[in-house]
Design a protein around this ligand. Structure first.
Ligand code: ARG
Ligand code: ZN
Ligand code: CA
Length: 254
């Protein structure tokens, strides 16, 4: 498809202690990040090392808080529930009222984002296209969501949601999910073959899998580096996300 796809978002805030009940301003700060990152309008794209800068692409996707609920009534696109569950995991309990969370809105039409406390150092997780509608969407740790309020360094630039929504649009991890091997692939042609995940704030270049001289594209949103170190999707990744919007997620934004 050509042009920009605008995706309606519902944010389900499932909180236990008051600090987890993040403000509307913190939620809006996250939407703003998404609209910069997916349009290559993030100022820090300028820090992309010169060999990789020409590959940094506009993904042609935008996000907005849904203005109507599934039944057609006006909505802020934000729902809140105080949960008795102190901390969730990646078992999808947060995605159903019956297990202490909140039910999904129809996933064919909305991007569901659950924001909650997560245990085990998990920043977030995503469901790839093609899965059950009731669990479709992304889950983000409340203190890794947005850029203000309780957002905490080094994950306070909203990039956890950028990364997880990349998965939701069918992107794989840039290192190919093969541990530290050189045989995995992210199914994208313009990203270098890469050994394992990078973390923190790597120095350029970081060479693995004979990918010198430029090495790993660790500054890609689909690596595991700190928020301030990830600044780009490639044209190949944008093509893959657009194919997802033409395929399994074709009802989004209609
Ligand atoms: N699912 C990944 C994790 O929990 C998300 C990593 C996001 N990285 C980031 N810099 N925000 O570790
Ligand atoms: Zn991931
Ligand atoms: Ca690899």
């Amino acid at each position: 498809r050509s042009g920009i796809t605008r995706i309606p978002v519902v944010v389900h805030v499932v909180w236990n202690t008051p600090v987890q009940n993040i403000s509307d301003a913190q939620i809006r700060s996250q939407i703003d990040v998404l609209n910069r990152d997916f349009r290559r309008a993030n100022p820090d794209v300028a820090s992309t090392p010169a060999p990789f800068l020409p590959l940094a692409a506009d993904s042609r996707v935008e996000f907005y808080l849904a203005d109507s609920a599934p039944n057609g009534t006006p909505s802020s696109g934000i729902e809140r529930r105080q949960a008795t569950v102190a901390s969730f995991s990646d078992n999808d309990a947060v995605k159903a009222a019956a297990s202490g969370g909140m039910d999904a809105w129809p996933a064919a039409r909305y991007l569901n984002i659950w924001v909650c406390q997560l245990g085990g150092g998990l920043l977030g997780y995503a469901q790839f296209p093609g899965g059950p509608a009731q669990t479709d969407g992304v889950v983000i740790l409340c203190s890794a969501f947005g850029t203000v309020g309780s957002a905490a360094a080094p994950f306070n630039l909203g990039r956890t949601a950028t990364h997880e929504i990349g998965h939701w649009l069918n992107l794989n991890h840039i290192w190919g999910d093969d541990g530290s091997g050189c045989s995995g692939t992210d199914n994208v042609a313009d990203t270098p073959n890469q050994g394992g995940a990078n973390t923190g704030v790597p120095g350029f270049p970081h060479v693995s899998c004979s990918n010198g001289p430029n090495g790993d594209m660790f500054m890609n949103y689909m690596d595991y580096v700190d928020d301030r170190a990830m600044v780009m999707f490639t044209a190949g990744q944008a093509t893959r996300m657009q194919a997802c919007l033409d395929g399994p997620r074709s009802q989004i934004g209609t």
